[in-house]
Ligand binder design. Structure first.
Ligand code: ATP
Ligand code: MG
Length: 369
């Protein structure tokens, strides 16, 4: 056998897991499931840690630890079984991530990034520190803070709890709502008040950074939400090249500032006067990037696993245009017509279709314009 070629630039790629090794994923949802499938396709074993029984990811993994996030014995045993670990949702307690690192197993991303992503105030403050403009916001520690902050922000805003929001949960529009009611609606918890942005559209950048600082971004999609939940991503976005290049540069800046390893997503508002404002970032693969596995040479799940393992990043070139549609609740019953129509179907194996629950997605592809 000939020796393998040296990595580009002669830098060490820092391979930390090889085919045949086990990698860990914290969290058992659909993102973990699709990461596990991608990892298995590259010869890795996947071990899942999740408090949830019968989780979507556990059903495709080699081993699963079902235990609570503060079960140190279970976390220690899990850490001993793997080479490197990653997350599939950002609200994994930092202490659990730190415990795994203390066992000598790298966490990609690590606790510092998680802490920033878990607290909307820390996240938006960090954006400002690194020169990324977030939607204007104010810190809210009690109901009396709301009205003066709203006045300063121009009278139209959305109150968001600082911790553990997703899919629009823990958020309330202030339109015509008494501050005390809004405060109760977000659970009476520390919050931020954000100016409501009359945006032209929402786009997201899904990108990967490797341990040696290589950065590659997918073509940004354009995202439609309703009721705070992503319904559809259209790719590519029809925004100008200049806007999309700026969006990618913002994600690059963010990934460098976090010294990030893996795939991340940056959600952006494009305002009516053409400015990009950051909404939030996700230190993980992202719903608005699901189409990449069907429409690009390397999809986001494979890309994340490559980065986490210290392997060369893949080519993100897109070979199709199209749209990704989330199947929420009973939408998933439409799997048969979706297949008949020729769409690419992905179902997450969830047993119960609850209203608004992400059950699967489909991707409609057409030749690149
Ligand atoms: P997800 O988990 O889906 O990303 P989330 O709970 O973290 O959601 P956000 O991303 O903050 O919530 O908000 C969800 C959606 O609500 C946004 O994508 C956007 O459509 C709308 N939204 C949130 N904040 C604002 C704002 N300040 N101005 C205008 N629209 C907003
Ligand atoms: Mg969001």
């Amino acid at each position: 056998m000939t020796a393998s070629k040296p990595p580009p630039g002669g830098k060490s790629l820092g391979v930390i897991a090889r085919p045949g090794d086990a990698i860990g994923i914290l969290g058992g949802g659909q993102l973990g499931r699709m990461l596990a499938i991608a990892a298995a396709d590259m010869g890795l074993d996947v071990h899942i840690f999740t408090p949830e029984t019968d989780s979507p990811a556990s059903r495709v993994a080699r081993k699963t630890w079902v235990a609570s996030w503060d079960d140190e014995a279970a976390l220690t045993e899990f850490a001993a079984s793997i080479t490197v670990a990653t997350i599939e949702f950002e609200n994994v307690p930092v202490a659990a991530s730190d415990l795994i690192e203390a066992q000598g197993k790298p966490m990609r991303p690590g606790g510092r990034t998680l802490a920033r992503a878990q607290d909307r105030l820390a996240e938006k403050t960090f954006f400002r520190e690194i020169g990324i403009e977030p939607a204007p916001f104010e810190r809210i520690d009690g109901p009396d803070d709301i009205q003066p902050a709203l006045d300063r922000l121009g009278g139209n805003g959305v109150l968001k709890s600082r911790f553990s929001g997703y899919d629009g949960k823990g958020q309330v529009r202030l339109k015509g709502k008494a501050p005390a009611t809004a405060w109760a609606d977000v659970g009476g918890a520390p919050s931020v008040l954000e100016a409501w942005i009359a945006h032209d559209r929402e786009i997201s950048v899904i990108a990967a950074r490797s341990a040696n600082g290589e950065f590659v971004a997918f073509d940004p999609p354009e995202n439609d939400h309703s009721g705070g939940i992503l319904r559809r991503s259209t790719f590519p976005s029809s925004a100008s090249k200049a806007v999309l290049d700026e969006a990618k540069a913002m994600a690059h800046n963010l990934a460098n500032a976090l010294d990030y390893v893996g795939v991340l997503a940056l959600e952006l508002f494009l305002t009516k006067d053409g400015a990009l404002l950051a909404n939030e970032f996700a230190p993980r693969v992202h719903n608005s990037g699901h189409w990449t596995q069907d429409a690009c040479r390397t999809g986001q799940f494979e890309q994340h696993i490559r980065a986490v393992c210290g392997w060369p990043l893949g080519d993100p070139t897109r070979w199709a245009d199209g749209e990704m549609i989330n199947l929420l609740g009973d939408d998933a019953n439409g799997w048969e017509p979706a297949l008949a129509e020729g769409a690419k179907l992905h179902l997450y194996g969830k047993r119960h279709a609850v209203d608004g629950r992400k059950m699967g997605h489909l991707v409609r592809l057409k030749p690149r314009a």
